[in-house]
Design a protein around this ligand. Structure first.
Ligand SMILES: Cc1ncc(COP(=O)(O)O)c(C=O)c1O
Length: 423
């Protein structure tokens, strides 16, 4: 009831253009919640996702708490919901072109959020981050070519490299003294005539690391020397925590701008994962950009849907009050997890993420084979985390816990872990 009243307030507040001046090509600007409402985001509210075809909840069979796939259980950003509602109130959802406002909003957001100022011509619509990365494999590599990934890493990189008949080559991260870093020595040994691309996860899922400028500069230099492009997945970049900043790959050096292609979108930070196809690319190098955008056009993957356009314009606004509140809430949840494992000696160590709402739990001290570890969480604790082993070498003995949920749900999950491990 409270929520309905709030949304009515949103509609009554009328339209306010928050994207940069001149960025909104039509009258359909995002409509903004009133300022006073901005103080009251209720991330504590347990939102009922039943009947929404949620993939996360589809896996629940016996009252488990689902803490795996990377969407959050909070209400989607109310500015975006308001913009979508306003658009749906128009009578016609006809064929629509992607307005210039789309790339202008993305370029302005990169400047505002990450201090990166790409030319507008470098920015384009991209049909979802993974679909677009897959399209990059098809555009810049041939079947049988090698593509380097850095496990433990987001499993869909390997999955689609292999589905598309390319070969995933591992350059595992090094984990020393509780901190991950890239293995440049190992990387130098991997290149041969078949190696055409490296997929960078920036920030790195599942370990939550924000790569620093120095690392990215070095990576760009090595990849350029070996004639390899860098496909940088930056979908978690808007969720840099603790006041830190995300570093867009192509911003770090001229070499990075020559070899890099960035793919990102607002779907993680603003909780819009179900608006599939909502993403953008930034490709500074003209030849690569023309080749890539041409391939998207030929596959008819170059047209943004109405919800995507409205969502991008509404999410990438100047007012970041909602996003900042969300990040503080996530930091609070991380603190709960850290306190819990510090207070209870269970043999599990959380690695503090520097970005996003995914916590990498080091369970190696339990000494369990991976299937027993998963069974402990799923059958005994009745929570569903992501299986660390699914992220490739280095993931065994770990699980990834999605803590993008109300604190009360997180507390219940943690007490279930304590009970299960106490048994
Ligand atoms: C690193 C990373 N890239 C891409 C995606 C999915 O992006 P999209 O839904 O736009 O394909 C995810 C989702 O969890 C992710 O963690």
């Amino acid at each position: 009831m409270k929520r309905r009243a709030f949304l009515k307030g949103v509609a009554a507040a009328g339209a306010t253009a928050l994207v940069p001046a001149g960025a909104v090509g039509t009258a359909l600007t995002a409509c903004a919640p009133r300022r006073e409402a901005a103080e009251g985001w209720d991330f504590d509210e347990v939102v009922d996702r039943a009947g929404t075809w949620s993939i996360k909840y589809g896996r629940v069979t016996d009252g488990e708490i689902p803490m795996w796939i990377a969407d959050m259980d909070f209400q989607t950003d109310p500015y975006v919901r308001a913009a979508l509602q306003k658009r749906l109130d128009r009578d016609v959802l006809g064929y629509t072109s992607t307005p210039d406002a789309f790339v202008e909003a993305v370029a302005a957001w990169e400047r505002q959020a990450h201090g990166y100022a790409p030319d507008k011509e470098w920015v384009g619509y991209a049909p979802g981050v993974i679909t677009s990365i897959n399209q990059a494999y098809l555009t810049f590599t041939e079947p049988g070519d090698k593509i380097i990934i850095q496990p433990p890493v987001y499993d869909h990189f390997r999955l689609y490299i292999e589905r598309l008949g390319r070969m995933a080559v591992d350059n595992p991260l090094l984990f020393e003294n509780g901190r991950y870093r890239m293995d440049f020595e190992g990387l130098e040994k991997l290149f041969d005539a078949k190696t055409k691309a490296l997929v960078l996860c920036n920030p790195h899922n599942p370990i939550g690391l924000l790569w620093d400028r120095e690392t990215l500069v070095k990576l760009a230099e090595i990849c350029e020397r070996h004639g390899v492009i860098v496909i940088s997945d930056e979908i978690h970049g808007d969720l840099a925590l603790y006041g830190r900043t995300h570093t867009p790959f192509c911003s770090v050096s001229e070499a990075a701008a020559r070899v890099g292609l960035i793919f990102a979108g607002p779907t993680k930070a603003f909780n819009l994962a179900g608006l599939s196809g909502t993403a953008f690319c930034i490709i500074p190098d003209r030849e690569k950009r023309e080749k890539y955008l041409g391939a998207l056009r030929n596959a008819k993957l170059d047209e943004a849907s109405i919800p995507t356009i409205e969502a991008v314009l509404a999410a990438y606004r100047k007012d970041t009050a909602w996003l900042e509140s969300l990040k503080r809430y996530i930091e609070g949840n991380i603190a709960r997890v850290e306190r819990f494992f510090a207070d209870n000696e269970l043999g599990i160590k959380p690695l503090r993420p520097e970005a996003s709402f995914l916590v990498w739990l080091d369970c190696r001290a339990l000494g369990l084979p991976q299937d027993e570890l998963m069974d402990l969480f799923r059958t005994r604790a009745k929570i569903i985390p992501s299986n660390g082993a699914s992220y490739g070498p280095g993931g065994e003995g770990f699980v990834r816990l999605n803590i993008g949920c109300p604190a009360s749900v997180l507390d219940e999950a943690l007490s279930r872990i304590r009970r299960a491990l106490g048994e």
